[in-house]
Design a protein around this ligand. Sequence first.
Ligand SMILES: Nc1nc2c(ncn2[C@@H]2O[C@H](COP(=O)(O)OP(=O)(O)OP(=O)(O)O)[C@@H](O)[C@H]2O)c(=O)[nH]1
Ligand SMILES: [Mg+2]
Length: 278
Amino acid sequence: MEHIHWYPGHIAKAEKKLKEQINIVDVVIEVLDARIPESSMYPDIKKLLGDKPRLILMNKADLADIEQTKKWQETIKDKTKCFVLPTSANDNKDLSKILNKVTELGQPKIIALVKKGLLPRAVRVMVVGMPNVGKSSIINKLIKKTKAKTGAKAGVTRDQQWVRINPKVDLLDTPGIIPLKQEDQDKAYKLAFVDSIGENAYDVEAVASKFITDMNNTYPDLLKEYYSLDDEINIETIALKRNWIVAGAKADTKRAAQNILNDFRVGRFGRLTLDKHE
Ligand SMILES: Nc1nc2c(ncn2[C@@H]2O[C@H](COP(=O)(O)OP(=O)(O)OP(=O)(O)O)[C@@H](O)[C@H]2O)c(=O)[nH]1
Ligand SMILES: [Mg+2]
C-alpha cells in the first residue's frame, strides 16, 4: 500500500504558536471528527497543551453513526475524565451547551483572580483540533448567534483571532495541527478520508482503495448498494459502472477515487463512523 507522507513543515510553526499561547488560556476546546473520534484525537494532548480544563467536542456528529457516537462519547469521557459533547456546527442547541460548559470550566480561574484582588474577566478559551474538523465553523456560528446581544468589544485582539462571544467568553481560533509523528498508518488513512491531510501528501487512488476496504469491513454491502454493483467493488468497477472512462476504454480510476472520497466527505453514503467502537 502507498505510504502517507507525514509533513510537519507549516504545522510545526502552528504548533509552536499554539504552545506560546497556551499560558494565557483558561480552557481548551478540543474538536474531534465524530466519524473518526479515535483517529482525530491527539495521542498526547497534555504534552502539547499541559493540563488545562478541557471540553471535547465530537463535531460533524450529523455525519456520524448515532449509536457509535453514543458509545465513543462514553469511552472518551471515561478515558479523559473530560466533558464530551457530540456537536454539529449546524445545530444551535449544541452551541448553547458549548458556551455553558466553557463558562463553567473557566469559573474557578476567574474566582481565583478575584480572590487575588483582580477584576473578573472573560474566560479565555482556545479551540484546537486537527485540520478540517470544524473549529472555525463552530466559532463562526457562536459569533453569529450572540452578535446581536454583544457585538465586538474593545480589547479583543483581532489579529490574533481572539473573538469575544459574550462578556464571559473569549475564544481563540487556531489552525488545525496534526501530531509531529504518526506511526499508525491506519489512522493516517482515516485522517485522509475526512480531508484532514492535504491531498498533496498522499495518492488519491490509494486512499480511496483503502476507504473501500474499510467500508467493506465496517459497513458491508453499503457501497455495493449505493453504486448498484453486484460483484466485486473496487475503484475500477465503480468507474465503469458510472461510465467514467479514459482513452482506450479504460476505467478513469483517478476520477472515480476523487468522487468516492467526495461522496463520503459530504455524507452521501449516510451516517458513518469509521473508527469502529468494539
Ligand atoms: N456536516 C457538517 N459539516 C461541518 C460541520 N462543521 C464544519 N463542517 C464543514 O467542514 C469543513 C471544515 O470546517 P472548518 O470550520 O473550516 O474546519 P477547521 O477545523 O477550522 O479547519 P482548519 O482551520 O483547516 O484547521 C467546512 O466545509 C464546514 O462547512 C458539522 O458539524 N457538520
Ligand atoms: Mg479553521
